[in-house]
Design a protein around this ligand. Structure first.
Ligand code: NAI
Ligand code: MG
Length: 353
């Protein structure tokens, strides 16, 4: 492979068409500076593709993706398309089939961004949410019986496996060793006594293999309050698919905007390409206005480069984000008046300087 990376680019829908190209321009600037090559190929998949062709991606879409080193993705979904489809037919499909079982979602207050938590500073808001990304509540293992009758019944059964919990737990403890050496398991085993009771048991077993890392367990209701009241207690959070989904939007909010959060859907063994996307959706309410915040998408590019081993370039991009925010280059969601392309251009300038 060398330092020549093949990246599948999937803008998806809505603001994806604005922020993904912004992110690609930043990736290319970083590649030029650090002496590696980024070759991109665009795939126009998503809800727009569905409206034209009746499917979110072609039948051989997953096979095509396997030829790449990584996937750089925006978000999928449009108001005129059934919203039960985007996750089932694209996002979960890629995450599950390509065994991207770690969903890495950092939360960090950038200098120059005012958190709604008025007494907290950059030192207090800096942690990572690791969301189990292949099983749990989102396996779509269920059924609806007699939907249109008074006897209608619906079930969704969540699934937790030893293998699934062990692998995300090991990832969490290893990551904590590179950070502030603390793992918090966010759970709800007091009520979901079977699946999450087992989840806790397996995580505690894995924790015993990492005596140098502090291990803590917190129920999700308390964790939600703690995000707001004392975010400084968190370093690495390991949690289930649905809890991680919900808490990462809250993480985005305490950073100052959902538009700031980046993420990686990671296959740690590298058997399959990993996929990097912002934590938010396609934001059709603001699409086409050049006002979306590109930072979550750009941060996802940094997480992608880190995963590919380009650590210096990754750090430079994050420094570029912080440079832009600290100089007041803020989009509307952060009460600024910069456009999507202006913020992206400031980050490119920083990288090229
Ligand atoms: P959303 O995240 O798209 O938007 C929520 C709110 O945050 C909106 O007011 C939006 O304008 C704002 N927002 C989001 N990203 C922003 C950015 N970069 N800059 C400034 N403001 C931003 O979530 P929503 O509205 O629940 O869903 C919209 C569509 O996106 C739906 O079709 C949904 O299914 C899809 N979706 C797709 C995801 C994916 O592909 N991974 C993830 C989440 C939602
Ligand atoms: Mg979400």
């Amino acid at each position: 492979m060398g330092r020549d990376y093949k990246i599948a680019v999937v803008n998806g829908d809505g603001i994806g068409n604005e922020i993904v190209p912004a992110g690609v321009s930043i990736l290319k600037a970083a590649a030029k500076k650090y002496g590696f090559a980024i070759q991109t190929e665009d795939f126009s998949w998503g809800a727009g593709h569905y409206l034209k062709h009746g499917e979110f991606m072609p039948k051989d879409g997953l096979e095509l993706l396997k030829n790449f080193d990584a996937i750089y993705f925006g978000a999928v979904g449009l108001p005129e398309v059934d919203d039960t489809l985007p996750a089932k037919d694209y996002t979960f499909k890629v995450r599950t089939e390509l065994q991207q079982y770690v969903n890495y979602r950092p939360v960090k207050l950038f200098s120059g961004v005012k958190s709604p938590l008025r007494d907290k500073t950059e030192k207090d808001i800096d942690f990572v949410i690791l969301r189990e990304n292949n099983e749990g509540e989102f396996v779509q293992n269920g059924k609806i019986l007699y939907p249109d009758t008074p006897n209608g019944v619906a079930v969704d059964t969540s699934m937790v496996t030893r293998l699934g919990v062990e692998r995300i737990a090991h990832y969490a403890f290893k990551l904590a060793r590179k950070r502030r050496k603390k793992v918090t398991n966010v759970t709800k085993s007091n009520t979901l006594i079977y699946t999450l009771g087992f989840w806790d048991q397996v995580i505690a077993e894995v924790a015993s293999e990492y005596p140098d890392v502090v291990y803590d367990k917190m129920y999700v209701d308390n964790a939600a309050a703690s995000f707001v009241l004392k975010p400084e207690v968190f370093d690495v959070i390991v949690t289930t698919n649905m809890i991680g989904d919900i808490l990462s939007d809250l993480g985005g909010a305490i950073m100052g905007s959902l538009g700031l959060g980046g993420s990686g859907n990671i296959n740690p063994e590298g058997r399959f390409p990993s996929m990097f996307e912002p934590i938010h959706g396609s934001a059709p309410d603001i699409a086409g206005q050049n006002c979306a915040n590109p930072i979550g998408q750009v941060w996802s590019a940094a997480i992608m480069l880190e995963h590919l081993g380009e650590k210096e370039a990754a750090k430079n991009i994050v420094d570029g984000i912080e440079h832009a925010t600290s100089q007041g280059n803020l989009t509307k969601d952060l009460k600024g008046n910069a456009s999507t392309s202006e913020v992206a251009a400031r980050i490119v300038d920083f990288i090229e300087s």
